[in-house]
Structure formats: structure tokens, C-alpha cells
Write a protein that binds this ligand. Structure first.
Ligand code: NAD
Ligand code: MG
Length: 369
């Protein structure tokens, strides 16, 4: 089996590898055994359990591990106190101990939920990420942020807990619905927009191969993981540079909040796509980047089938004031001023603290006209 690999050189014995390639779900057992685990609790959602649960279980059993599957309902609603309790109790019922492994098999919801359960169960058990959505493979499975949502907002309860290994089986993306594929693609394009203009050029030329499952898919996942790993190693706890990964997310998170996290209306990556387009248009409006660059960003996202305007949100995004209020609830707010990730051009993003509400309001009002 040929695969790509990316090393995440964290200190304190926490370094790990990300393996990327087709068929890796069948290697979970051998990898878990190599880590010395005797048992594994597979945490997944019901959809992914039906598609890949049996293969992962068989792989673990072949390698001599005792294992069980805990499946939560698919969707963001499982990243809740109730979902967390059911996963922890499920793992305890399986007698998962400190030397064992939690295997997070699924998208970002499962990765965040299982990772947070692993971070806190018995004060911390090791875990493996086996991401099965494009978003999870290029973003959420790498970097050690885990957590659940509170009624007060997204990801407000969490912990940093790095996985021991990430196995990104790119063949699992063959069963992903087109809409989720596109949503993950917004995060792929984001890496080019942050600091890699050459990668954005490459995306414009090769995005179809990522969708169809050509070698471009593995290559793109590896490039994104390498980029994220680099940022995480330099700024693990988001004291600085890591915030750049939030390009498009201040607007995106506000849109998710305003649509009540209803995935029928908007999924995370769609919010990010609109947020990326808005971040570039806002940057252009502030005279930081050219309108032409902002247009190129929106064109590419739209070409890949992603929404790029507030008007694209089914049922509407609410007015400018509602957007501002939703943004003010973001973690990246300090003393009433908003921190945005803005750009001087494609691949030239930077952290811009202290953006005034009036500038944002005027921009949003024009966007909604
Ligand atoms: P998700 O986990 O809800 O998965 C999307 C849908 O795809 C689900 O219905 C799932 O059942 C289905 N699915 C998953 N894999 C499949 C496959 N291979 N074939 C068919 N269907 C499949 O959503 P997501 O977009 O992967 O993740 C979103 C979550 O990730 C959000 O909660 C977000 O906050 C979180 N996130 C976390 C980080 C981080 O650093 N921890 C970063 C980005 C996003
Ligand atoms: Mg994201």
C-alpha cells in the first residue's frame, strides 16, 4: 500500500504522523497494535459506522485487539453534553483503560467529540484519528483541538489533546455526498489563501481531481496537513499565528450561528466559503488588496459549487446588525473590537485586531444590498 506521510514534530513525546492514502482504514489494527494497545473503542457516527465500522473493527480484531463500537447520531447536535456523556460511558463500559486507544472514525464532529472524550476519560487516554470527510482530513483531525458545543456557542468546552496518529483514508471520501466534499474543499482552498499562493494556483488547475479521487486528492490532503502541522507546531495553543487558520471563520461562524447550526441550511464549510469571499471583499474595501484578487477568490469557490455571498444562505443571513451581534459572540473578540483575518492578496493573510464595528456594519450593509 503506498501512501503519503506528514510528520507533526511536537515536543514532549507528542510528535505524530499523518498517513494519507487509499485503503488505510484496513491498517487501523496494525497501527493500534504497534502502539501497544490491547483494546480500542471505536467512536463514530451511525452513517460512518454503516460504511466503515465493520472494516475497522475487523482490522483491530485481526491485530488481536479487543474492541467495540460507539455510534452517535450523525450531525453537529452530537457534539453536545449529552453526546459527550454517552461516548464516555460507552468507552467506560468497554473497559477502555489508560494504555488503550480511542479510535475517532468519522468527520469533524466525531473527531472533536471522541477527542474530547479521550482527553478527559481517566484524565486522558491516547487516541487515533481516522478522518472520513475532506474537512476532517485537511483540518479538524490535525492539531489537537477537541471539544463540544454549549448552548452558549460552538466549541466552548474543550481541550488540547493531540492524537497519536492520523490515518486519512482518502478512498473513504468516495462515499461522501457532493455537498460535504465541496464544504471540505473550502478549507482546502483556504490554505492557499492564507500563505501559499502557489497552492491556490494549483487548486484552480486541479480541483476537479480532488473531487474525482485522482492522485490530486492525496496530494492536496498532504499539502494541507503539512501546512496545518507547520502552524500547529509553531503555535500550538493559538497565541498568534494559528489564528490565521481562522481565515473566513469570523463571518462563517456568525452565519452558522444565525442559521442555528441547521445543516439543511448551511454546513461549516459553506459558511467558511462565504466567509473567505467576504474576508477578501472586506480587505479590498479597506484598500488592503485589489478587487480583482477578491473576485478571483469568489470565482474559484463558486466554480467549485460553493456559496460566496450572504444572499446565498437559504432563508437569508439576517441583517448587518444580526451578523455583528453573532460575530461579537466569537471567541476572537476582545473589548468590543473585532479581530479579523484579512489579506493583502491571495496567500498574504494577516491578523487584524481592532476592526471597528462601524466599518464592518457598513460593509455588510453594502453586501446585502
Ligand atoms: P461531520 O462530522 O458532521 O460529517 C459530515 C457528514 O458526513 C455526516 O453526516 C457524516 O455522517 C457524513 N460522513 C462522514 N464521513 C463519511 C463518508 N466517508 N462517507 C459518507 N458520509 C460520511 O462534519 P465535518 O464537516 O467533517 O466536521 C465538522 C465539524 O468539525 C464541526 O463540528 C467543526 O466545529 C469541527 N472542526 C474542528 C476542527 C478542529 O480543529 N478540531 C477544525 C475544523 C472543524
Ligand atoms: Mg473550519
Amino acid at each position: 500500500m503506498s501512501h503519503l506521510s506528514v510528520h507533526v514534530p511536537l515536543d514532549g513525546g507528542r510528535a505524530y504522523d499523518i498517513l494519507i492514502g487509499r485503503g488505510l482504514v484496513d491498517a487501523v489494527g496494525a497501527q493500534a497494535a504497534a502502539l501497544g494497545a490491547k483494546a480500542a473503542g471505536i467512536v463514530t457516527d451511525e452513517t460512518v459506522a454503516g460504511l466503515y465500522g465493520a472494516r475497522v473493527r475487523a482490522s483491530l480484531e485481526r491485530a488481536g485487539l479487543r474492541c467495540g463500537i460507539i455510534a452517535v447520531p450523525p450531525g453537529e447536535a452530537s457534539k453536545s453534553y449529552a453526546g459527550y456523556a454517552s461516548v464516555c460511558d460507552g468507552l467506560l463500559a468497554l473497559k477502555i483503560e489508560r494504555g488503550d486507544l480511542v479510535v475517532a472514525l468519522g468527520g469533524g464532529v466525531v473527531g472533536d467529540l471522541a477527542g474530547f472524550a479521550a482527553a478527559t476519560l481517566r484524565r486522558g487516554v491516547r487516541f487515533l484519528q481516522v478522518p472520513t470527510t475532506l474537512l476532517a482530513q485537511v483540518d479538524s483531525s490535525v492539531g489537537g483541538k477537541t471539544g463540544i458545543n454549549s448552548p452558549h456557542g460552538k466549541n466552548l468546552i474543550g481541550a488540547f489533546h493531540q492524537p497519536r496518529l492520523v490515518l486519512a483514508d482518502t478512498a473513504t471520501l468516495d462515499t461522501l455526498v457532493e455537498r460535504e466534499m465541496r464544504a471540505g474543499y473550502a478549507e482546502v482552498a483556504k490554505y492557499g489563501l492564507i500563505n501559499d499562493p502557489g497552492f491556490f494556483d494549483w487548486c484552480e488547475a486541479h480541483w476537479r481531481g480532488i473531487f474525482s479521487g485522482g492522485p490530486e486528492r492525496d496530494e492536496a490532503v498532504a499539502i494541507c496537513c503539512r501546512a496545518k502541522a507547520g502552524v500547529v507546531v509553531r503555535d500550538e495553543r493559538e497565541d498568534g499565528e494559528r489564528a490565521l487558520l481562522n481565515l473566513g471563520h469570523t463571518f462563517g461562524h456568525a452565519l452558522e450561528r444565525l442559521t442555528q447550526y441547521d445543516s439543511a441550511r448551511l454546513v461549516h464549510g459553506e459558511g467558511v466559503a462565504i466567509g473567505l469571499a467576504l474576508a477578501f471583499r472586506f480587505s479590498a474595501r479597506l484598500g488592503l488588496c485589489s478587487g480583482q484578487e477578491a473576485g478571483r477568490v469568489a470565482n474559484h469557490l463558486a466554480m467549485a459549487g460553493l456559496p460566496t455571498r450572504l444572499q446565498d444562505v437559504p432563508g437569508g443571513s439576517g441583517d448587518a446588525e444580526a451578523m455583528l451581534d453573532a460575530m461579537a459572540q466569537d471567541k476572537k473578540v476582545r473589548d468590543g473590537a473585532l479581530t479579523f483575518i484579512l489579506a493583502r492578496g491571495i496567500g498574504q493573510s494577516f491578523i487584524a485586531p481592532g476592526i471597528g464595528r462601524d466599518d464592518v456594519r457598513a460593509f455588510l450593509q453594502d453586501e446585502l444590498r
